[in-house]
Design a protein around this ligand. Sequence first.
Ligand code: FAD
Length: 437
Amino acid sequence: MEKNPKIDVIVIGAGPSGVACATVAARYGLKVLVIEKASHFGVKNVYGGAVYLESIKELFPKTYKNCPYERFLKKHNYVILNGNNSINVSYENNEDEKTSATITRFAFDSFLAEEARKEGVYFATETLVTSLIKKGNKIVGVKTETEEIYAPVAVIAEGFNSILLNEANLKKKTSPKSAILGVKETIRLGEETIKQRFQLKENEGSMYEFFGGLNKEGEDIPFSMGFLYTFKNTVSIGVGVSMETLLKNKVKPYEYLNRLKNNEFVKNLIEGGELVEYSAHSIPEGGYNELPEIFGDGYLIVGDAANLVDSVHFEGTNLAIKSGIVAGEVIIEAYKKKNFTKKILKNYKKKLNETFVIKDLKTYKNVIPTLLKRKNSIFSYYPKKIDEFFKLWTTANNKGKKQSYRKFLFSFFKERSLKELLSDVISFVKCAIEAII
Ligand SMILES: Cc1cc2nc3c(=O)[nH]c(=O)nc-3n(C[C@H](O)[C@H](O)[C@H](O)COP(=O)(O)OP(=O)(O)OC[C@H]3O[C@@H](n4cnc5c(N)ncnc54)[C@H](O)[C@@H]3O)c2cc1C
């Protein structure tokens, strides 16, 4: 890079959102500098491991197939846990094209950054942005530990723990209700064990989502979900637990992960594995109801920094990439009009509203609040009842089935009030109706 070049766009953060935005702007011929605090792309970034091919294809249509995917997800398992028992609903897609794959975070971020570099994006790694430079209400540049860098527009892509946005009063501080802490372990099992244990052929992959089973007597029921993804030689296993639960129960996040790993079903999946990595990161879960203002004079906010995560489907990277693409397009528009004020940059919000990013968040806008409100039902009571039902279904007790079924049905009314049962049903039906209408 030439000395003291004129920079058109500064992007803070080389995650998927920042790199997508930088690529689109650089393709148009703008001088884009991405500032990344880590020494290597993705080394400190955390995720479960599934990426969605459609978004990568949109960003790099010619090269998305070269991304070093490890396994293409073909088997999708949804597992309800209760104590040591489990009910597994398994879906296997043998017809359609590959739509999602696992890839390590390091490989994913590195691939995106290297492709972006080929398109003309400049990167400054091992450089921490310490603050945003404001002139009145306008963002005019950034301060790093050693210098000030100015540009007509800055893109804040620093992920969910957006210290810069909080400091500049551009985003409300997150409440414990609006954040999940994700903790994850990478466990090495070896390629052959993975193929045998998960019944996978060459580059096929399997994923699991776990519901319930993490509560302990005397504790507040945790709002939590677990996951497991298969990679070539390893699996990633983790839980996302609401910060509110963690504070209330004063239970360490890894304790929840240990509870998941100790369930008999899960134990069998990871048996004999060697722990190779442990990591933790927070995830926004406020969804549509807690979207911050994502544009202002001289700046745009993309990806996790803008709370763009679909916690219902565990999707984040694709929303990050799409928001980055849209931000890049609006920056090009601002350059054409030589106007970097809200007047033009507000088109980012307008255009993003038309994409799956905001549409999906809107579709599920009441799902997470409903799950939070009814967490005792979802993560404890109904898993227990489903377990009881299957116990009944699979047990021959020589007493006659009808009597057992009646007893099971009446137990609902013994254990819960009609009002509680009805409000559970109404809440879930309401969420389902909202999702389709
Ligand atoms: C446990 C867990 C599991 C997940 N599983 C999945 C999954 O399976 N699939 C999926 O699609 N999504 C998943 N997500 C969500 C996904 O990781 C995020 O939505 C996505 O990474 C957001 O991308 P981003 O570019 O907005 O931010 P990030 O990926 O967080 O990138 C931000 C970048 O900014 C850099 N940075 C931050 N501050 C500064 C600064 N001041 N100066 C310079 N650089 C800075 C960081 O080092 C980082 O590289 C998961 C998240 C977690 C925590």
